[in-house]
Design a protein around this ligand. Structure first.
Ligand SMILES: [Zn+2]
Length: 330
């Protein structure tokens, strides 16, 4: 497993100082030497997070607990979330923070629509920076909030329900000086739809996917979306015909290729899993194991022992010669 760097380290430095019975300066120096990223201005985007050295694929870059977490407000069709419902929770949580934490909160990007000049800053800062934390909550992660969006991100973004923290991990090698990027939105949409969605954060995306040959990337994303959905349904109702299943394997492989070409790191493990499942259905157990291993690798970058990772491990177990008779997919 790759090195884990947690920048929210004030607590850990203090703890070291107490446990080691010495001043924290030495540890702090070491911490700075090994820091793999820095937060600094990013042209036209406020702040950004940048690699201070080569960050290899699979490295956890930031692991952070939410500074504030509130219940997801009700969604009204066509109008979005009822943000005002969230305000009282947010005010209460904010009051419970230390002055330093409150300052961290208030320094974050605050995008406001023209109609919102009287709106609470807590609410608009929260909306501009928060991530979902599970199905029912939304959380603010002050360091992760500094990471800018790309529709072709170099990093994966994972919420661990079990650990109660969010993990940002390198999905690709990130070169020294390169900006770390994640996605704020579902990416299997056309550029125009993505831009509309990103409008709530107050910027127009100029990432490589949004600037690429008009139509090419859009077409591929729509195709990926359809194929992913079709195969994820079909895999649990496989055909009785061997050649239909062989075709599904080919489709899963072309899905992997398209996802890699489009640079959609967060979707890759799902395509690997499909390739594994269809190969098992087709009786190609070695290939099934190879693709399962690839899916597992990505899932474990994000979190060891997650439900998704355990499912893949169970699947791999099912491929062992003695277990194959069960004839179940997972
Ligand atoms: Zn973009």
């Amino acid at each position: 497993m790759s090195m884990v760097i947690i920048l929210v380290c004030r607590d850990s430095v203090d703890e070291d100082a107490v446990l080691g019975g010495r001043m924290a300066d030495e540890d702090q120096g070491q911490e700075l030497d090994t820091k793999i990223y820095e937060v600094r201005p990013s042209a036209g985007k406020g702040f950004g997070v940048f690699a201070t050295k080569l960050i290899t694929r699979g490295t956890q870059i930031i692991v952070e607990e939410p500074l504030v977490s509130v219940a997801m407000p009700e969604m009204v069709a066509g109008k979005g979330f009822k943000m005002m419902d969230m305000l009282s929770d947010l005010e209460r949580e904010f009051q419970a923070l230390s002055p330093e934490q409150q300052a961290d909160f208030l320094q974050l990007h605050d995008f406001r629509f023209a109609s919102e000049d009287k709106q609470s800053h807590l609410l608009t800062i929260f909306r501009s920076n928060a991530f979902n934390t599970g199905d029912k909550h939304v959380g603010l992660f002050p360091t992760i909030a500094r990471i800018n969006h790309s529709c072709r991100p170099n990093s994966g973004n994972w919420w661990s329900e079990k650990q109660g923290h969010r993990v940002i991990y390198a999905a690709l090698d990130i070169q020294e000086g390169e900006e770390v990027t994640v996605s704020y939105i579902p990416l299997l949409k056309k550029s125009s739809e993505r831009q509309q969605r990103l409008g709530q954060y107050g910027f127009t995306c100029d990432c490589p996917a949004c600037q690429s040959e008009p139509g090419e990337s859009d077409k591929r994303r729509v195709k990926i979306s359809r194929l992913l959905e079709t195969l994820e349904q079909r895999v649990y109702h496989p055909s009785m015909k061997a050649d239909t299943n062989e075709k599904s394997i080919d489709k899963a492989l072309s899905l992997i290729e398209m996802i890699e070409e489009e640079g959609l790191a967060d979707y890759l493990h799902r395509a690997f899993k499909l390739a594994a499942l269809f190969n098992k259905i087709g009786g190609h157990f070695e290939d099934a194991e190879m693709w399962a291993r690839k899916a597992l690798e990505i899932l474990q970058w994000a979190e060891q022992g997650s439900i998704e990772a355990r499912e893949i491990l169970d699947f791999m177990e099912s491929l062992a010669p003695g277990n194959l008779k069960e004839n179940s997919i997972l």
